[in-house]
Design a protein around this ligand. Structure first.
Ligand SMILES: NCc1cccc(Nc2n[nH]c3ncnc(Nc4cccc(O)c4)c23)c1
Length: 229
């Protein structure tokens, strides 16, 4: 997160850090006791290693009472990933133990776009500087939603933003490397998932891009229903 600040500890008990060999790779969030929603960049296994999911954390390194690392089941169901922007839904090996620091976050199921100008918030352990410094503690930033028409302007994302995507203003304050997969939360509901898109950070010419969740609600329900137990 560029231009943000340290999040109030444990105010986002739904936040997940998807890790490989103990390293934070991308964000995600708990949508059910045994299911995490993230971005395709966080495939359950990358070069053969299985991701692990850190829940209940504020600091990535310091011991914290409710912090716990969960393994994911291999080959979690995914429709053929047509595009990196598709959400990804790894299943934890066991149900997460819910408490004040580990909670599920409801996601948007109504197909209506979030109104342009709505101030939403996004959090993550992604890089906090252009030189790529990685924070130890969860960062957050508030961002206003940019209309799809504005975002599709030829000087911005030039008509590449589909109805399944949404944008936020990226002037100075923005998501960056390692924030992919985290939730964009508007009025307490997860509306979308951070995707890297053009991978540019903090440049107002390239607004932050997110995959909206509502279009995938039925798919998520199928994946969770079909594979539970
Ligand atoms: N703001 C959109 C967004 C959301 C999520 C991730 C991303 N960027 C990136 N995703 N993956 C990446 N691998 C390498 N570099 C990257 N961006 C980068 C790094 C240093 C300086 C800078 O200006 C941009 C990214 C960008």
């Amino acid at each position: 997160i560029l231009g943000g600040r340290e999040a109030r500890p444990h105010l986002r008990p739904h936040m997940a850090s998807l890790q490989l060999d103990g390293e934070h790779i991308c964000g995600g969030f708990l949508i059910a006791e045994q299911w995490v929603l993230s971005a395709a960049c966080c495939l359950p296994c990358r070069d053969g290693k299985l991701f692990q999911v850190l829940l209940g954390a504020h600091s990535l390194t310091e011991p914290e009472p409710h912090k716990r690392l969960y393994r994911v089941r291999p080959g979690a169901a995914r429709e053929p990933l047509l595009s990196p922007a598709l959400p990804h839904c790894p299943q934890l090996e066991e149900k997460a133990e819910l408490n004040e620091h580990v909670q599920v976050l409801p996601f948007q199921r109504e197909q209506r776009d979030v109104a342009a100008g709505t101030v939403c918030e996004v959090a993550g352990w992604g890089t906090v500087t252009h030189s790529g410094r990685r924070p130890d503690r969860l960062q957050q930033v508030e961002r206003p939603v940019l209309s799809r028409d504005e975002c599709n302007h030829r000087t911005r994302h030039d008509h590449s933003i589909t109805p399944n995507m949404m944008c936020t203003d990226s002037r100075k304050r923005d998501t960056c490397k390692g924030d992919s997969g985290g939730p964009l939360v508007c009025n307490g509901v997860a509306e979308a998932v951070v995707t890297a898109g053009s991978r540019v950070c903090g440049n107002y010419k390239k607004p932050g891009i997110y995959t909206r969740i509502a279009p995938y609600a039925a798919w998520i329900d199928r994946v969770m229903g079909a594979l539970s137990g």
